[in-house]
Design a protein around this ligand. Structure first.
Ligand SMILES: Cc1ncc(COP(=O)(O)O)c(C=O)c1O
Ligand SMILES: N[C@@H](CCCC[NH3+])C(=O)O
Length: 415
């Protein structure tokens, strides 16, 4: 069941009226449901019962340390792409030995720190990176656990900006070169080959691309085994989609069952890196209508949230459900919901049939993933507050930024 429901025409986050949260913390504010996060994570966990597995939540989807802490306490590992994310995981009580380190551009500092704290595995994306990890590990007198991220050339059938497993994408190692590069990795003294990794894209709504990629990885695994290179784990990345509008993506149980069927008779442990699936529908962004502006061609509702708070509509033309916090029985009108930023692309929704009055609160749904995490200070806008609801309790997990903090690290020239 959704964590956000209407009761007597008023939107609730779990058991708390959203209007009460907006009154207390102001707008725009991100509101998350703890229950939804826990349920989504557990659906992965339950489906993996009886296997050796690690579920590494993709920190980039929502990196607030309160959320990382909830997941760490449930036993989650973490998929990270920077030292910044690593430090967040550690600050949140996550265990280094349950961290996988992804990303095409790991810096010296990233790798050194990851080796220092002892991450579970580096998902390596190029030969140059293998060499860099080898040389740092050698200097530190360590052995670095690695997987190669394979680019299997599978069409994930998602938005081109979030598709990562096609041969023209910058991600991973071309599957045609993988055997040779594994053989090379095996010659490097300070590397320890652990597994095979793959992540073909985000917001996948069918199983076929996942299973096509899996089949290709299994062929590769068999070839490597024949060459004496042992693969302990298979990391299938993240990517499982959620419902924003009318999509009907498979749930974790269906996905994992299909994967498990393909792995019968094999001694491979499983690793997943879900992000969106865990947090997208655990969050809404609440915003207040500042102005209504009717022109000859369009009606605009100008709200206090903008593309700096939630960039998905501007960046991917992503459709996100927008609804009033208090439902009214009036005649709806067509609106574009836009922010105050000086960009034509600053919209949150277009051509929505809604009943809106000046000063109303609107909720933008499915905003828990890649919402706050992708926010910025563009137009010198302080970033939104974040709160988590747990039953009937509300916890502030990030203060609204202060204006002074926006230029606190800047310096005037000497006079
Ligand atoms: C390597 C890697 N793992 C996991 C994820 C998480 O993806 P999603 O949020 O679609 O589950 C991403 C982002 O797409 C990624 O790049
Ligand atoms: N930021 C994207 C997902 C990218 C996933 C990162 N690999 C989105 O909002 O849909």
């Amino acid at each position: 069941m959704s964590a956000f429901t209407y009761q007597a025409n008023q939107l609730y986050a779990e058991n708390v009226p959203v209007i009460a949260i907006a009154d207390q913390f102001g707008t725009p504010t991100y509101i998350y449901s703890k229950k939804h996060i826990v349920e989504q994570f557990k659906s992965y966990q339950d489906s993996l019962q009886g296997t050796t597995n690690l579920i590494c939540y993709a920190v980039k989807a929502n990196s607030n340390i309160a959320i990382l802490n909830i997941l760490a306490e449930l036993g989650a590992g973490f998929d990270i792409v920077s030292r910044g994310e690593l430090e967040r995981v550690l600050a949140a009580g996550g265990k280094a030995n349950k961290v996988v380190f992804s990303g095409v551009g790991k810096s010296f500092d990233d790798i050194t720190r990851a080796l220092e704290v002892g991450v579970y595995c580096f998902n390596v994306e190029s030969v140059n990176e293998l060499d860099r990890i080898q040389s740092i590990a050698e200097k530190m007198g360590k052995k670095a656990p690695i997987s190669l991220r394979i680019n299997p050339d599978v069409d994930a059938k998602t938005h081109p900006y979030i598709s990562t497993g096609l041969k023209e994408n910058k991600f991973g190692i071309d599957i045609a070169q993988a055997e040779r590069i594994y053989e090379y990795a095996a010659t490097l003294q300070n590397l320890d080959i652990k597994g095979i990794d793959c992540h073909i894209g985000s917001q996948l709504t069918t199983l076929d691309p996942f299973l096509d990629a899996l089949d290709r990885l299994l062929v590769l695994t068999d070839k490597l085994t024949q060459k004496g290179i042992t693969i302990e784990h298979l990391d299938l990345g993240g990517g499982l989609g959620v419902c924003y509008n009318d999509e009907k993506p498979p749930v974790a149980q269906e996905y994992i069952q299909a994967v498990r069927e393909r792995l019968v008779g094999r001694d491979l442990s499983l690793l997943f890196e879900p992000g969106r699936y865990i947090v997208a529908n655990a969050g809404i962004l609440v915003t207040r209508v500042e102005y209504l502006k009717d022109t000859v061609h369009k009606n605009f509702a100008i709200v206090d949230a903008a593309m700096n708070d939630l960039i998905r509509p501007a960046l991917y033309e992503a459709w996100m459900n927008i609804q009033p916090v208090i439902q009214k029985q009036e005649q709806p009108k067509q609106y574009d919901i836009v922010g105050p930023i000086c960009e034509t692309g600053d919209f949150l929704g277009k051509d929505r049939s809604l009943i809106i009055n000046k000063g109303d609160l609107l909720a933008i749904f499915s905003a828990g993933a890649y919402g706050f995490a992708m926010s910025s200070n563009y137009n010198s806008r302080a970033r939104a507050a974040e709160v988590i609801v747990d039953g009937n309790k509300v916890h502030l997990i990030r203060d609204r930024e202060t204006l002074a903090s926006l230029y606190a690290n800047e310096h005037l020239l000497p006079h």
